[in-house]
Design a protein around this ligand. Structure first.
Ligand code: NDP
Ligand code: X2W
Length: 344
């Protein structure tokens, strides 16, 4: 299958290149840019010298549809709302990594993202897919909306309890932390070394654009209340940890809670439920497509604490996008994604 990547010069794009250049069924045939036409990708990313000898091409949907079978959009949110429909109309399959097609309600998008939403008919066509939580098969669709990084970690952490309808409505609090590559390669004051180093910051308090995405999916799973969701920037390059608190409706033991999670994910190759009492760290999934989950239940308070970690660029973006592409084309879900985490 011929693959094109728009935004190959960004962090999500770089991760797609790392995964796809050794993928058994996909071949990267074209890279597209809005600002660097004619340059070789290694001029932007010297680490790719001798590995991916491709020149960056201009974005031309008609030509792109002729030259590729599927296009990954690793562009800023806001750019895909116009570009994806153009590519789809030209006959391309599209995997969109942006937030532009995740929210089914356009008013929610406009409220949280503070910009105009994509056309409704295309939003309806987009399949939002965290593969471990999909009810329907995505094979046969043309257009995938890849989930956000924080929602992936959060929803995988909450899904077993939400689906079992064991979460007390109104009780969920998500405390999330991310490494700085989550903000992409664009420079901003908050992301420079002297602002980040030896610092720990909360940001977008009660205003994060991933709140409606988390709530939309939680509703589908069976939990309908709003959630409290806060995000923090950690002075590290990769990784997300979400520490999730929720009250459990029924009287259960910690053993029973662990069994619920273990069985929910038993046939899911990328979710590793840790042994009871063992909690994952971000480094234990770095550069891999795993989501690792640790669980604890406090019988005193009736509250569960769930810790889930991912690599924001892998399971949080490019890894999950390739996992979705594998499913879209009927390949094995894990194809090209057998990366063990980099440690130490
Ligand atoms: N970083 C992360 O951990 C995650 C990112 N995402 C999402 O993935 C997408 C990509 O993120 P990320 O790689 O981090 O971002 P980056 O800022 O690192 O890269 C985005 C790339 O988009 C390209 N671009 C900029 N403006 C335009 C435009 N007008 N038209 C076409 N291309 C444009 C740029 O390349 P060029 O100048 O060559 O065109 C740039 O390299 C975003 O929507 C982000 O929200 C989702 C989950 C996690
Ligand atoms: C650390 C950091 O800044 N992370 C970004 C994640 C952005 C992202 O992935 O945005 P969409 O998925 O909504 O496009 C943030 O919190 O906004």
């Amino acid at each position: 299958m011929r693959v094109g990547i728009v935004g190959a010069t960004g962090y999500g794009g770089a991760e797609l290149l790392r995964i796809l250049h050794t993928h058994p069924y996909f071949e990267i045939t074209a890279l597209y840019t809005s600002s660097q036409q004619g340059r070789n990708i290694h001029e932007h990313y010297p680490h790719l010298t001798g590995i991916i000898p491709l020149t960056l091409e201009e974005i031309n949907p008609i030509k792109m549809a002729k030259d590729t079978d599927v296009v990954f959009l690793a562009v800023p949110t806001g750019v895909a709302s116009q570009l994806a429909p153009e590519l789809l109309s030209a006959g391309c399959m599209v995997i969109d990594l942006t937030g532009d097609f995740r929210l089914k309600n356009t008013e929610d998008y406009e409220f949280w993202y503070k910009r105009e939403a994509a056309p409704k008919e295309w939003i309806q066509k987009a399949v939002y897919s965290i593969p471990e939580l999909n009810n329907a098969s995505i094979k046969g669709s043309q257009f995938i909306s890849n989930p956000g990084c924080y929602p992936t970690a959060t929803l995988l952490g909450l899904a077993p309890l939400a689906k079992a309808k064991m979460l007390k409505e109104g009780s969920v609090i998500i405390d999330a932390k991310s490494g700085v590559s989550g903000a992409g390669q664009t420079v901003s004051l908050g992301n420079i070394y002297s602002e980040l180093n030896e610092n720990f910051k909360i940001y977008k308090v009660n205003q994060h654009q991933h709140i409606p995405e988390i709530e939309q999916m939680l509703k589908e799973l069976g939990y309908v209340s709003p959630v409290t969701f806060q995000t923090h920037l950690v002075p590290m390059t990769r990784g997300i940890m979400t520490t999730i608190y929720g009250s459990v409706e029924e009287k259960i033991t910690e053993d029973e809670l662990w069994k619920l999670y273990y069985e929910f994910y038993i046939d899911k190759p990328f979710v590793r439920v840790r042994e009871m009492g063992v909690f994952p760290a971000t480094k234990e999934v770095a550069a891999s497509n795993y989501c690792d989950i640790g669980i604890s239940f406090d019988e005193r308070t009736g509250r569960a604490t769930i810790v889930s970690v991912i690599d924001n660029l892998m399971k949080g973006a490019a890894g999950q996008a390739v996992q979705n592409a594998n499913l879209l084309f009927g390949f094995e879900e894990t194809a090209g994604l057998h990366f063990s985490p980099i440690y130490p």
